[in-house]
Each structure stands twice: as structure tokens, then as C-alpha cells.
Ligand binder design. Structure first.
Ligand SMILES: C[S@@+](CC[C@H](N)C(=O)[O-])C[C@H]1O[C@@H](n2cnc3c(N)ncnc32)[C@H](O)[C@@H]1O
Length: 451
């Protein structure tokens, strides 16, 4: 194909996509309307209770603010669940099978309740651990160690990423000096807890020091940064952590030794060593985030990924997103199905055929794998719940190839199939479809109970 022919076919593709969007039967539609059939079959209705459920608020909260995250839920939401259910259960033990950067275990610990988290991503697991296990570090000692850092040694930066495009050269030099200072400090003082806390602080400044922004996906963005930016950001983060350590030690002394465990594991296959009264979680959304793409910079800089292969392998092990290898989907054997999933797959396949092309022609199978993955997680969580235990999930729905997917209601149905009852489905937030902006989606809190 000549260059002109490629250009023409690309223009045709873009205009075909635009045409498909403008002509979509879902223009102006809503999840509310498209959910009737499913709600009628389940015999339930959705309660509206709009609330601040997104992670952004956590960046001002004690401990939560140590590391930035976009896809989590708010500590206020987790607190509201703890407040609601602490009266119901004698000894509250809380599980999060998708622990992310630790909103649930940290909030449980602040309340003095035992918790157990599972997180597959080694970076997130590390952040979880540091947020939970650093509370007894002496803030004055931490300050002294920070002030002793020597920035004359340069550490390496990750070479398998486009690091030189992601960071201006003078900023890169500053980051390599901060990293070098942390590494050489550890080599001489060998205090692992202080080292890990310094690494979390370092990890939390990387995106703000880069030419990138997470909004929520990682993309290039023009910013006003200089060689001094990383030092300033690092200093602010260290001071926040020190302030939080002081608060923890003066206001939360009784909670410091609360049992909080987070394991790095795949929640599709993990057998729980404990029984829980409450599982609170926000799983990956159906066609949502590529978590690996979004956190690859921090993973690479902190040594949790040494090449693209490690990143791809991890992505393939996670609950599926629409950016996985075609081979993974082709080789997947289905485990769970129901009439809704089959109808949805059939509709997506038909619409893709009518459209003539689609980014992922294997989208029906990606959708099916998502529910298979979640089914496996449920088969592990449900038996780990005590009698009358609750499984609370925060989840968004999706619109894919003009087909509405009530992820929340399908997950509720999976829960029912495994013996749980649907206690409530609450709409917490309105969202917009990424493809058809006029289509209204929702974010829901599903509460299942093991009666
Ligand atoms: C929506 S985030 C959870 C955020 C969390 N609620 C918080 O506030 O920090 C979903 C998390 O699930 C993790 N994840 C995806 N697949 C997983 C799997 N199979 N096992 C365990 N964790 C997984 C991702 O790495 C991601 O951190």
C-alpha cells in the first residue's frame, strides 16, 4: 500500500467511526432505560443516592494521600460502610479482593478493624504494605534521614520505556539523583521501613514531574516543570508523610498494631485463610482501565517491571481489559454464562458486523472473559464470608458497540447464582459513555448478603 492509500484508508476509518457514533441508536439514551428488562427479571429496583465516591478526595486524607491513584474509591465511602455495618457485626473483619493502593485496609486500620487485601500488581501491593506498616516510624528520625540524603550519585532510569520523551533531560537528572540518594542511603543505613517510605514518596512524584498526566488514562500533557520540580514535590510529600506519622502516633496509638494483611496474589485463584463479615471492593470495570499501561512508569522506576514482557504477562493475569493480547482471548475457555451474557455477546457481534470494523473484533469474547474472571473471584470470596456477611461492590456499567452492559446487575446475578441475596443496588454517580457522550451510564454500589 502506498503512503497516499494508507492515508485515505485512515481518513475513511475515522469518518466511518464518526458516522457510527452520530448514527448510533444509543444517542441520548441511558442505562436507566436499558436496565428495565434486567431489573424486572431480578425483581429489584435501583435506589438513587448520589455521593462523593471517587478517589480524588483521598489525596487530602491521612495516609491515603501518600501515593496518588485515580481508579480507587473514596475513603469517605469506605468509612460510611464501616459506620453502617460496625453495629451489625461483633468483630468486624474486612476483605478487599482488589485492594488497589489500599483504601479499604487503610480505612479499616484507622478504625481499628482487622483487614485482608489482595492485589495482583506488585507496585500497588508495595504501596499498600508501606501505607499499613509504617505507622510506628519515628517522624523525627524519618526527617533526619531525609535531610541526610546525598544527591551526588545518579541512579539509572528505566530504558525499556520512552523515559527520555516522558521526562525533560534536566528533570530526568534530578529524578536519577533522588533515586540515587534513596538507594545509597539504604546501602549504608539498611533501615528497610525508612527506605520503603522514601520509595513511596519518590513514586508519588513521578507523574507530576513528567510530561504526562493521568486523566484518568496516562497521556502526554504540557506542563510547567523544571529541574527543581522533583526536589520540591519530594519535599512536600516527605513533609506530608511526617505530618501524618505525627497524627497517627498521637491520635491513633491503639490502632497502630491492628492486624492488616495485604497479599500479592490473583483474587481469581486466591484461597482465603480467614472468614470475613464484610468484603468491600471496586473491581476493574468492564472495558475500563489498562492498569498496567497507567502505572508502568512507577512500576519501572521502582523496579517492579524490568521489561515490556513482565508488564504484558501481568496484564494477562489480571481481570481482563480490552487491551490484552488477542491470543489470550482466543485461547480462553468459558467458565460461566447466562442468557444475559449470551444476548449481549450476540448484540455486540451483530453491531460490529454492521459497522464493518471495530477496534477489537473479539469484543464479545473479551466481555465474556470479564464475567468469567469476576465469577472466579466470586467463587473465592463468597465461601470466605461468614453467615450474614456482606459483599459490597462499587462498579460502573458499559456501552460497547451500541450494546448496553449492566455490569452491576450481572455481577449481582452471579452473586445470586452462588447463593447470595441482593440486598440493594444504589446508584452513587452518573457517568457518560466514552464512545457516545450523550449516553448516560452509572456507578453503582451493590450489596449482596449471605443469608
Ligand atoms: C478499581 S482498582 C481498586 C482500587 C481500590 N478500591 C482503591 O481505592 O485503592 C482495581 C484493582 O484491582 C487489581 N486487580 C486486577 N485484577 C486483579 C486480580 N486478578 N487479582 C487481584 N487484583 C487485581 C488492579 O491491579 C487494581 O489495582
Amino acid at each position: 500500500m502506498s503512503y497516499e492509500q494508507i492515508e485515505i484508508s485512515l481518513i475513511e476509518e475515522v469518518s466511518r467511526r464518526k458516522h457510527n457514533i452520530i448514527r448510533s441508536p444509543k444517542q441520548g439514551g441511558s442505562a436507566c432505560r436499558d436496565s428495565y428488562r434486567y431489573l424486572a427479571e431480578l425483581g429489584i429496583s435501583i435506589i438513587d443516592d448520589m455521593q462523593p465516591i471517587q478517589y480524588t478526595g483521598n489525596m487530602k486524607q491521612l495516609v491515603h494521600r501518600w501515593a496518588p491513584y485515580v481508579q480507587g474509591f473514596s475513603s469517605e465511602f469506605v468509612q460510611s460502610m464501616i459506620e453502617k455495618y460496625r453495629k451489625h457485626y461483633k468483630n468486624l473483619v474486612i476483605l478487599d479482593p482488589f485492594s488497589g493502593c489500599g483504601t479499604v485496609p487503610v480505612q479499616a486500620k484507622l478504625n481499628g478493624f482487622e483487614s485482608y487485601g489482595v492485589e495482583i500488581n506488585p507496585l500497588m501491593h508495595f504501596i499498600n504494605q508501606v501505607k499499613l506498616n509504617s505507622w510506628s516510624i519515628d517522624p523525627n528520625r524519618f526527617l533526619q534521614e531525609y535531610q541526610r540524603l546525598n544527591y551526588s550519585i545518579l541512579a539509572d532510569y528505566p530504558t525499556f520505556l520512552k523515559t527520555e520523551k516522558q521526562f525533560d533531560s534536566d528533570v530526568l537528572d534530578s529524578l536519577c539523583r533522588i533515586k540515587g540518594a534513596i538507594e545509597s542511603h539504604y546501602a549504608c543505613c539498611e533501615d528497610k521501613k525508612i527506605y520503603d517510605l522514601l520509595r513511596v514518596a519518590f513514586c508519588s512524584i513521578l507523574i507530576d514531574s513528567s510530561n504526562l498526566k493521568r486523566s484518568p488514562c496516562l497521556g502526554y500533557s504540557k506542563k510547567n516543570i523544571s529541574a527543581l520540580t522533583p526536589y520540591k514535590l519530594f519535599d512536600v510529600k516527605i513533609k506530608e508523610i511526617i505530618e501524618d506519622l505525627r497524627i497517627l502516633q498521637s491520635e491513633y496509638p491503639a490502632q497502630i498494631n491492628t492486624r492488616s494483611q495485604v497479599v500479592q496474589a490473583n483474587s481469581m485463584h486466591h484461597d482465603y485463610p480467614l472468614q470475613f463479615n464484610l468484603a468491600i471492593t471496586s473491581p476493574p470495570y468492564m472495558n475500563g482501565m489498562d492498569y498496567i499501561m497507567n502505572y508502568k512508569i512507577e512500576m519501572a522506576w521502582l523496579g517492579f517491571a524490568e521489561n515490556q514482557k513482565t508488564l504484558s504477562k501481568l496484564k494477562n493475569d489480571m481481570v481482563v481489559c480490552d487491551n490484552v493480547s488477542k491470543q489470550l482471548i482466543a485461547e480462553h475457555k468459558n467458565l460461566y454464562s447466562n442468557k444475559w451474557i449470551e444476548d449481549i455477546k450476540e448484540s455486540i457481534a451483530r453491531r460490529i458486523k454492521e459497522r464493518g470494523s471495530y477496534r477489537r473484533p473479539d469484543m464479545p469474547d473479551i466481555v465474556h472473559k470479564y464475567f468469567d474472571d469476576m465469577y472466579q473471584v466470586f467463587t473465592k470470596v463468597v465461601p470466605a464470608l461468614k453467615q450474614n456477611g456482606r459483599f459490597i461492590l462499587v462498579i460502573g456499567d458499559s456501552l460497547i458497540a451500541d450494546t448496553y452492559i449492566p455490569t452491576d446487575l450481572i455481577l449481582a446475578k452471579i452473586g445470586q447464582d452462588l447463593g447470595m441475596s441482593i440486598e440493594s443496588v444504589v446508584k452513587a454517580r452518573n457517568r457518560r459513555s466514552g464512545q457516545i457522550r450523550s449516553y448516560k451510564l452509572r456507578e453503582t454500589i451493590i450489596t449482596l448478603i449471605k443469608e
